[in-house]
Design a protein around this ligand. Structure first.
Ligand code: PMP
Length: 450
């Protein structure tokens, strides 16, 4: 059913914006998904290591999630939250049980961008301040306001980007000027040799203090936005202690700390349900999307009663946020993560994946860096013997070849040379073995012809 492959070429050219790019030379027409697998229109099966950009958390068309949605869809789709429906209440109770401290008030919205917009508004309203800091090379969404917050040039159009957004130096252990140890490659012995916080964390935090002292107008800091592992920018982990110290500093300047858990939440990092917990920090506001709904469009902002109170006195209506379908799906996703111990699976299978990638790194000098935590991994290609990023054209040869051998992977990073591995959280060690053999073969094919 549906249009032929050729027809989709024409329909895309005629009716979809050119900015909506497809990543493969001959992109697949995906017809079906099941758990960690995708199937195209010709019946070819792919191991999905990118999960629709870190979105399919518990597995494509997971039967329990499908069942929950089917049941709800026959009962009630929509009624708006100006009435009450039971799923909303069940869901917020369950979701907040997963959050520490006073993070107990939930705004349900529809996308990560919407969540970050709202978090930004809340921080400004609560502090009475207007300026927000994020990290260089960050991605937090693509609304007009977020084009300021997102610290990546390619997502910022030639517009008068809103004022009041500042970007602090990215504490990148691989490419940052001071290097540094990774915060938490705890599965891999010896990854971080600093006894306490990494010494470089202080240097990057000093950069942040310079920004707060010299650039952000005095007394105007509303918030620092940060992921706990940078996602779009190619799985960049921060030196141990950075987030904790950055948080303390921002607090001193009167700002809140907003944890963007859009990619790192819901157990993906293995050791903790939320990425920020790996850093021993307690955010004032947490935003979440993607994995929250396993592909169903939903997102959330969670904060404290005190901060949410800053909203009082104005109306807040969100037509679709927290609708019965979304909250049924969200509840089923939380149940599956628990029942199938997917956080633990991320930890065990993620550690195995990293070990195997590191074995490949020993034999392939084009692998400059292997990093990540749980099932949020990255592998950076370089020109052998240097740290120069391998060209996108060359990375694409490997990337396309992997697809042709049945493995879908993400690509990203500032130079487009990082493979991003963020599969549905249900993959197993056999899947890893298959992915590793395909990656190994694709690198061999590439190196034998250059
Ligand atoms: N924050 C992060 C960290 C993201 O990776 C993304 C999406 N890639 C967003 C926010 C925006 O989410 P959405 O695409 O749902 O608007």
């Amino acid at each position: 059913t549906g249009p032929s492959y050729q027809k989709t070429d024409k329909l895309k050219a005629d009716h979809l914006p050119s900015v909506l790019y497809n990543i493969y030379k001959r992109p697949m027409l995906i017809n079906q998904g099941y758990k960690q697998w995708l199937f195209d229109h010709e019946g070819r099966r792919y191991l999905d290591l990118f999960a629709g950009i870190v979105t399919v958390s518990v597995g494509h068309c997971h039967p329990k999630v499908v069942g929950a949605l089917q049941e709800q869809i026959q009962t009630l789709w929509h009624c708006t939250n100006i009435y009450r429906h039971p799923k909303l209440y069940e869901y917020v109770e369950q979701l907040t049980s997963k959050l520490p401290g006073d993070l107990k008030v939930v705004y349900l919205v529809n996308s990560g961008s919407e969540a970050n917009d709202l978090a930004s508004i809340l921080a400004k309203a609560y502090t009475g301040n207007l300026d927000v800091v994020s990290l260089q090379s960050s991605y937090h969404g693509c609304s007009y306001g977020l084009m300021g917050l997102t610290g990546t040039q390619s997502y910022r159009m030639k517009l008068n980007i809103p004022a009041g957004y500042y970007h602090t130096m990215l504490p990148d252990p691989y490419r940052g000027i001071w290097g540094g140890c990774r915060d938490s490659l705890s599965q891999v012995p010896g990854a971080c040799s600093c006894p306490g916080d990494c010494v470089t964390a202080d240097k990057y935090v000093h950069q942040l203090s310079e920004l707060l002292e010299n650039s952000v107008p005095k007394g105007r800091l509303a918030a620092l936005f940060a992921e706990s592992i940078q996602g779009v920018n190619g799985t960049v982990q921060f030196p141990k202690g950075y987030l904790k110290k950055a948080h303390q500093l921002v607090k001193k300047y009167g700002g809140l700390y907003i944890a963007d858990e859009v990619q790192t939440g819901f157990g993906r990092t293995g050791d903790a349900f939320w990425g920020f917990q790996n850093h021993g920090v307690m955010p004032d506001i947490v935003t979440m999307a993607k994995g929250i709904g396993n592909g169903f469009p939903m997102a959330a902002v969670v904060t404290t009663k005190e901060i949410a109170a800053a909203h009082a006195g104005t109306a807040y209506v969100n037509t679709f946020g927290g609708n019965p379908m979304a909250t049924s799906v969200g509840k089923a996703v939380l149940d599956v993560i628990e029942e199938e111990q997917l956080q633990q699976n991320c930890k065990v299978v993620g550690a195995y994946f990293v070990e195997q990638l590191m074995q490949l790194q020993k034999i392939h000098p084009i692998i400059g860096d292997v990093r990540g935590k749980g099932l949020m991994l990255g592998l950076e290609f370089v020109v052998p013997g240097t740290k120069d990023p391998l060209s996108v054209a060359d990375v694409n040869i490997i990337f396309e070849d992997m697809k042709d051998m049945g493995v879908l992977i993400g690509r990203g990073g500032r130079f487009g040379n990082v493979l991003r591995i963020k599969p549905p959280m249900c993959i197993n060690k056999q899947d890893v073995d298959f992915a590793i053999s395909v990656l190994d073969q694709a690198i061999k094919n590439y190196t034998s012809c250059v």
